[in-house]
Design a protein around this ligand. Structure first.
Ligand SMILES: [Zn+2]
Length: 246
C-alpha cells in the first residue's frame, strides 16, 4: 500500500470533482448492510469493498448451488455446497485487505434484524422474496435508515431508493403490498446473467453517492429493460394508508 493517495486505490475518486477527498472520507467512514449475496449482492459487494466503504456486513443463509454460478460471480465451481457469505467474505477480503467485511450466515429477523439495520448507515436489499423485503423495509423505517432496493428477473431489473426521512419519502410498502405476495423467482422464470449485476452495480452507485454527500433521488422506481436497453423512471407516491411510513 502506497502512502501517496494519488497513487492509491482511491486515486480516481480523489480526482473526481463529485467525490474528492471529502467524499472519499465519507465512503471510508460508511457502513452497509447487504441483504442477500446472490446475483445482485455479488455485484454490489465487490464495488462497495473495492471503493473502500468502511464496513460491509452481508447476510445470507444459503449455500452455493451450481445454478447460481452463471451470475453470482463471487462463487466458482469449487464453492458448490459452501456457505455463500463465507465464500463471499473470503473473495472480498482478497479485493481489499483494509475493508471490514462482516459475514452473517443466517436469515435475520425480529430484534436481530433491527439491531443489524441500526448498526449501519445504509441497507441494500438484494433478497429474493417479499417476506424478507417487507421485514427489511419495516426495520429501515423504524430505524430511519436509507434503503436501496433492487430486483432482477428474466431480462428486467428495478431499482428504488427510500428514506432516510420517511415523513417525506415513500417506503417499499407504498410500492408493493402483501397482496403482491407472489414475487416471481429466477428459478421459475430464468434471468440473463448480467442483469442482476447491472442492478447490484446501480445499488452500489447510490450507496457511494450517499456516503459522498451527493444528491440521491428517493421515491423513484427505475425500471431497466435489457431487451430494449432502456430505462424508465416513475415516481412512487406515499400510500395514504401505508402501515409503515405514516
Ligand atoms: Zn410506506
Amino acid at each position: 500500500m502506497t502512502h501517496n493517495p494519488l497513487l492509491s486505490r482511491d486515486a480516481r475518486h480523489l480526482a473526481l470533482d463529485a467525490v474528492g477527498a471529502e467524499g472519499q472520507a465519507g465512503i471510508a467512514a460508511g457502513s452497509v448492510l447487504l441483504i442477500g449475496v446472490g446475483g445482485i449482492g455479488c455485484a454490489a459487494a465487490q464495488y462497495l469493498v473495492a471503493a473502500g466503504v468502511g464496513r460491509v456486513a452481508m447476510t445470507d443463509f444459503d449455500t452455493v448451488d451450481a445454478t447460481n454460478l452463471g451470475r453470482q460471480v463471487l462463487y466458482g465451481d469449487a464453492d458448490v455446497g459452501k456457505s455463500k457469505v463465507a465464500v463471499a467474505a473470503e473473495r472480498l477480503a482478497a479485493l481489499n485487505s483494509e475493508n471490514n467485511v462482516v459475514a452473517i450466515d443466517k436469515r435475520l429477523s425480529g430484534d436481530a434484524l433491527d439491531a443489524a439495520v441500526s448498526d449501519v448507515d445504509i441497507v441494500l436489499d438484494g433478497s429474493d422474496n417479499f417476506a424478507t423485503r417487507f421485514a427489511v423495509n419495516d426495520a429501515c423505517v423504524r430505524a430511519g435508515k436509507r434503503l436501496v432496493s433492487g430486483a432482477a428477473i428474466r431480462m428486467e431489473g428495478q431499482l428504488c431508493v427510500f428514506g432516510p426521512d420517511y415523513s417525506t419519502s415513500p417506503c417499499y410498502r407504498c410500492l408493493y403490498t402483501e397482496a403482491d405476495e407472489t414475487l416471481e423467482s429466477c428459478a421459475g422464470n430464468g434471468v440473463l446473467g448480467p442483469v442482476p449485476g447491472v442492478i447490484g452495480t446501480l445499488m452500489a452507485v447510490e450507496a457511494l453517492k450517499t456516503f459522498a454527500g451527493l444528491d440521491v433521488a428517493t421515491g423513484r422506481l427505475r425500471l431497466y429493460d435489457a431487451v430494449r436497453t432502456e430505462f424508465q423512471s416513475l415516481n412512487i407516491r406515499k400510500r395514504d394508508n401505508c402501515s409503515e411510513c405514516q
